[in-house]
Write a protein that binds this ligand. Structure first.
Ligand SMILES: CC(C)(COP(=O)(O)OP(=O)(O)OC[C@H]1O[C@@H](n2cnc3c(N)ncnc32)[C@H](O)[C@@H]1OP(=O)(O)O)[C@@H](O)C(=O)NCCC(=O)NCCS
Length: 91
């Protein structure tokens, strides 16, 4: 999804909301490939201020789990991920 964000951000300015089906086509292709690989969910992250993107996903049927479930997105990386891995029990 980082890729999706970057591709579309470079294609157009923030003020251009005309839409040519590119976002829908990209999302539909991701869903098609995922379904073929037996995926049953597609998770996305979107920034709170990005109302156009949130509205776009909502129009396509996405559920906003932050609103409905109070879901927080958490990240382990760098040293924190190393520390977590180093604390793993022996197999
Ligand atoms: C949000 C974004 C991805 C939508 O892509 P797009 O190419 O403009 O949208 P499309 O032309 O494919 O539109 C698909 C459908 O969504 C609807 N839609 C598009 N933008 C919408 C919006 N802001 N609000 C509500 N509906 C919207 C269209 O009307 C269309 O409806 P239809 O299926 O009934 O015809 C695009 O505006 C964008 O690139 N935004 C900047 C980058 C970004 O924020 N990416 C997401 C990061 S999480």
């Amino acid at each position: 999804m980082t890729c999706f964000n970057d591709v579309l951000l470079e294609r157009r300015s923030a003020s251009d909301r005309s839409g040519k089906g590119i976002g829908k086509g990209l999302m539909s292709k991701v869903a098609e490939v995922g379904k073929k690989k037996q995926c049953v969910r597609l998770h996305l992250t979107v920034l709170d201020w990005n109302t156009p993107a949130r509205d776009f996903y909502a129009a396509k049927g996405a559920q906003d789990l932050t609103a409905s479930k109070g879901l927080h997105i958490l990240l382990f990386d760098g040293r924190d991920l190393d520390n977590l891995a180093n604390e793993a029990p022996e197999d």
